[in-house]
Design a protein around this ligand. Structure first.
Ligand SMILES: O=C(O)[C@H](O)COP(=O)(O)O
Ligand SMILES: [Mg+2]
Length: 415
């Protein structure tokens, strides 16, 4: 009978069923443990076992996970579907990435990848739009959509923030984006920024004849986020932005449901992800965080810059491919490349990631020697040139803003 002693959680002859959730971990066992014992403890602690052999009899539903493969320092664990509550991401993570992360039986443990069965996937709503935002909200055709964060990231007054946004929109940027730590502070209150930005957005649309939108950061406690989402809807917004890791999945889920009712898209900023994924042999991979984001229904997600930008990245291209991939009919997610980008890096970002992305620059626009409007033009020119297959050098000959940006930054990767 499985589930009594932790050795019972290892079965190298087990073949996962179609309904199992299969998780891949890398582990470094504690000093006195071999891989088999440590793998058993992972399966045990993350399902229905504990450190002690139980003497409670067998009057319980057997929800034991099974460690069924060991390959070097990697193990695979299969979890039975009934272990999980439907549509409850916190509960799932409390199993597969819960106590085991700090368990002394392992020195290090990293949840690297999951294979999600249909029963779990279909219990979540998934994204309302996904990458369709590019042509359902915008009319971007084959090009990536573009975004910018006014800098400095905090401290601009509402008036200045809106002015910067207007300059960026009219320079050719699709999306104005708040920064991850701008919400409702005294120097730039949420409600003022919301109403004034959308008024400026309307003027920018009239001036350019292009669709524009604004990713206002609603991040807060769940009730406040729901109120802010309603406010965004009332002024005719299309999106909200949420810092999904810092708010937590139990907050993202109701946000998704409210946004789906209202027809709003969700832009997910991943601030704090590196607390989980930066150490290569511990934590939760960005790949799994991206999978969780898709199930919880974000439409756009920061997945890095394929290592071209200022932030450390884990396998941007592989993560993006997973976000586009077939998942029992669930909508995909639009990956956002962001963090230290400037016009000179755009061709290589598109070369590595393709055009079905969003691409964001803060410093790479607002650090342009001729200011934000010129910076926005240069960034859009870099996108247009790359999609047309024209080199930046050639495009810059009759696009002076791009020429200035390329002269300033070249193709360097910032730190
Ligand atoms: O939130 C973001 O995406 C960052 O603020 C990016 O800023 P940067 O383009 O200046 O690195
Ligand atoms: Mg930021």
């Amino acid at each position: 009978m499985a589930g009594i002693t932790y050795e019972d959680f290892l079965d190298l002859s087990y073949t996962p069923t179609e309904t199992d959730l299969v998780c891949q971990f890398s582990i470094v066992p504690a000093e006195e443990m071999d891989m088999e014992a440590a793998a058993s403890r992972v399966a045990s602690e993350s399902s229905n076992g504990t450190w002690a052999a139980l003497t409670v009899g067998d009057d319980f539903t057997d929800l034991s996970a099974t460690a069924f493969a060991i390959d070097g320092n990697e193990i695979s664990v299969a979890y039975p579907a009934d272990l999980f509550e439907k549509d409850n991401m916190p509960q799932i993570l409390s199993c597969i990435a819960g106590n085991i992360m700090g368990m002394k039986a392992v020195e290090r443990i990293r949840l690297k990848d999951c294979e999600w069965p249909e029963a779990i996937v279909s219990s979540f709503d998934g994204p309302t739009f996904g990458s369709a935002v590019r042509n359902e909200i915008f009319d971007a055709g084959e090009r990536p959509i573009t975004a910018t964060v006014p800098k400095p990231k905090v401290g601009l007054s509402t008036d200045r923030h809106v002015e910067v946004g207007y300059e960026a929109w009219t320079g050719g940027i699709d999306l104005l984006k708040d920064d991850e730590n701008l919400t409702d502070q005294a120097f730039n209150p949420f409600h003022d920024r919301l109403t004034e930005s959308f008024a400026a957005r309307d003027r920018a649309e009239d001036e350019t004849g292009e669709k524009k939108s604004y990713l206002i950061n609603v991040t807060a406690d769940t009730n406040t986020m729901l109120e802010r989402i309603d406010m965004v809807n009332e002024v005719g917004g299309e999106y909200v932005m949420v810092d999904v890791i810092t708010t937590g999945w139990g907050a993202v889920q109701p946000v998704q449901k409210r946004c789906a009712e209202l027809g709003l898209a969700i832009h997910a900023h991943r601030a704090m992800h590196a607390a989980f994924d930066r150490l290569p042999d511990h934590g939760i991979s960005m790949r799994v965080l991206a999978q969780v984001s898709r199930l919880c229904g974000v439409d756009q997600l920061h997945t890095g810059t394929a290592d071209l930008g200022k932030l450390a990245n884990e396998d941007t291209v592989g993560i993006n491919e997973w976000l586009y991939g077939e998942l029992y009919g669930m909508n995909d997610v639009l990956p956002m490349a962001s963090g230290g980008l400037h016009p000179g890096l755009v061709p290589e970002v598109i070369n590595r990631c393709g055009t079905n992305i969003g691409i964001q620059a803060g410093g790479g626009i607002h650090g342009h020697p001729d200011g934000t409007h010129a910076g926005a033009k240069a960034f859009r020119q870099a996108v247009d040139a790359s999609v047309a297959g024209v080199s930046l050098e050639e495009y810059a000959t009759d696009h002076p803003e791009l020429a200035v940006a390329v002269e300033k930054w070249g193709t360097e990767t910032p730190r």
